[in-house]
Design a protein. Structure first.
Length: 610
């Protein structure tokens, strides 16, 4: 299934899915009325729904991996407390969504640093005591030092998410931070400091916005990173109804904060990089702003249909998810509905929070996992390879958990067997649930799903270590190799607590970590697709900015290779269109793949064929 998609088949499949969903919807409208039909196609904070199904039995043909995640944040010096509204009595939606984080090598020393986004309270703080975002520099000895002040990143406010990309191609990674209010673009000066260039870059909003996820991408493949920003709710605290005042402010009989249902949705944004340090808002002419009324959280960029152009998937809360298909001419079309990735398999909207992508079944097409609200499951969309997705949540065994409210998520190979596993961090939005629904508390443990290499996963959370079982109300999470030992760590931003840093102490096999450096392409190589070959076995992934829950992972790609002593060949399809191979990469090493330095590869090579 690594062949290119056939356009005729793709169009037929899109029409079939589209036709079926619209017929069902309009039949419901005719029989139940418009509002009732809308309710059937709805799911989220205010109206949780789920359909119980039995998970398939599984037979293990291999011993469980030796996984042992330990939270070492305190030992590492990550002590800054996250603040988002009061600890308990949360009156407004803005006090519940929390913040993301970014892993960034800000000083170019080859070691990942940690940027934690922070929030605030409606009451405010005395001057000089406001909670701020924090940048922690990696000391290369498993500890970190807070360098926020000297880095120029001190700022307080309703911080939401972050993403990383070298937008000016100067070799220093820059930082975007989203806010309820005004987003911020920080240019990395290369001297250990960042400069706020939001106004200079043309990114100032005329009005207050609630921006959430973000991703740098080269959507037109001109070698310069553009910027996508998702928006949640058009939120005006003066116009929001009081807690518990209407049907959108109740949950299981409890009076709760209002929203997002009943509030106007935000508008997503696309900025084109002009190449001179400035950006132009092309949201309208590109088609990005056409889907309206959505509650958009996390953006995720990948080439889902293998046509060489980066697409944008957006996890949305209580509204359909969006899949912007890149038409290759500067415009995008929302194909979420026709692709099967807007709803779950029951045709229902879900309350999507976090999202990640990987080729979990190693068939050459990128699949999607998404976290959702409580009383629902996470969703796993398997890429059918013809421009559509199938909801395989229950066949894959991800439907076994319904009591968790998920946020940050990601694919990672925890045991280096060459198959991507899944993690999720969780936590409720209503502190009041502890007194009403003890089976789904405010603070929750995390989840680890081990890939059984047959299309199914096994929940091994109870055997995955104290760091997984400890309870927090978590939000953002990011994955990366913080100590360059080949084992991926997970950094977590916890609501009204200090962060978590999960280190896997379990046994692992061989690995490679690949860093891309573009020349004709953007400097980070964001959008590059890498396929690694070890013997007859191959894996694929892409370099991307943003994901999880409003967070940013390690830009280097991690591949477990089992007992193999080396990667025979790593084939790269650069955003520029150049294809080349890098051979004989030794195991347990970090390799830098520089565009133009490999062996040229014919476009019809095995990169696209199984």
């Amino acid at each position: 299934m690594w062949e290119s998609r056939q356009d005729e088949v793709h169009c037929k499949m899109r029409f079939t899915v589209k036709h079926f969903r619209f017929v069902v919807y309009w039949l419901l409208c005719a029989t139940l009325g418009f509002q009732a039909a809308l309710d059937v196609f709805s799911q989220g904070v205010a109206v949780p729904r789920r359909v119980d199904r039995a998970a398939p039995n599984v037979k293990l043909d291999a011993p469980l991996p030796k996984v042992n995640f330990e939270d070492v944040a305190a030992k590492a010096g990550l002590t800054a407390r996250h603040v988002t509204g009061p600890d308990f009595d949360k009156q407004y939606l803005i006090e519940t969504t929390g913040s993301g984080l970014a892993l960034i090598d800000y000083n170019n020393d080859g070691w990942l640093d940690i940027f934690l986004v922070n929030g605030t309270t409606l009451e405010g703080f005395p001057q000089g005591q406001e909670p701020i975002n924090h940048l922690y520099q990696n000391n290369k000895d498993s500890t970190f030092t807070d360098v926020t002040e000297k880095s120029g990143l001190v700022r307080s406010g309703w911080g939401q998410g972050a993403c990383v990309g070298d937008y000016d191609n100067d070799g220093n990674d820059d930082l975007m931070v989203t806010y309820f209010g005004q987003l911020a673009l920080y240019q990395n000066t290369g001297k250990g400091r960042f400069a706020d260039v939001t106004a200079k870059a043309g990114l100032l909003h005329k009005a207050q916005r609630w921006t959430t996820g973000c991703s740098f991408l080269d959507y037109d493949k001109d070698g310069k990173l553009d910027l996508f920003v998702s928006s949640y709710v058009d939120f005006d605290i003066k116009k929001v109804p009081p807690k518990g005042s209407n049907q959108f402010c109740q949950w299981k009989g409890m009076p709760v904060m209002c929203g997002p249902r009943g509030l106007p949705g935000g508008a997503n944004l696309l900025y084109h990089n002009n190449g001179d340090g400035t950006f132009t808002d092309v949201s309208g002419k590109s088609g990005i702003s056409k889907p309206s009324g959505y509650y958009a959280f996390t953006s995720l960029v990948s080439d889902y249909d293998n046509d060489g152009w980066p697409d944008i998937y957006v996890a949305c809360d209580s509204t359909p998810n969006i899949l912007y298909h890149n038409e290759g001419d500067g415009t995008f079309t929302d194909i979420g509905l026709v692709s099967g990735s807007a709803f779950n398999q029951d045709g229902q909207e879900q309350a999507g929070m976090g999202v990640s992508t990987a080729d979990y079944d190693n068939d050459g097409f990128l699949d999607i996992v998404k976290t959702n609200f409580a009383d629902d499951t996470a969703t796993l969309y398997r890429n059918a390879g013809d421009g559509t997705f199938n909801d395989v949540t229950y066949p894959s065994r991800l439907g076994v958990n319904t009591r968790f409210l998920g946020w940050g998520t990601g694919f990672l190979d925890i045991d280096h067997d060459g198959w991507k596993d899944i993690f999720m961090v969780n936590g409720h939005v209503y502190p009041e649930v502890d007194a009403h629904t003890p089976d789904s508390p405010y603070k929750q443990g995390k989840l680890i799903y081990w890939n059984l290499r047959n299309g199914t996963f096994l929940d091994i959370s109870a055997q995955a270590g104290s760091g997984i079982m400890e309870r927090h109300s978590s939000r953002g999470a990011a994955v990366g190799d913080l100590d360059n030992d080949g084992s991926l760590e997970i950094v977590v931003n916890n609501m009204n607590e200090t962060p978590g840093l999960l280190k896997n102490r379990g046994a692992k096999k061989n690995w490679v970590l690949l860093k891309t450096v573009g020349k004709k392409s953007n400097r980070n190589g964001i959008g590059a697709r890498i396929t690694v070959f070890t013997g007859s076995y191959k894996q694929m992934d892409e370099v991307r900015s943003g994901g999880s829950y409003m967070s940013h992972n390690d830009l280097r790609l991690h591949f477990g290779i089992g007992d193999a002593p080396k990667v025979d060949r790593a084939e790269v399809r650069w955003p520029s269109g150049i294809r080349e191979a890098f051979e004989n990469l030794k195991a347990n090493r970090i390799a830098v793949l520089e565009e133009g330095q490999g062996r040229p590869v014919n476009p019809t090579s095995a990169v696209e064929k199984k």
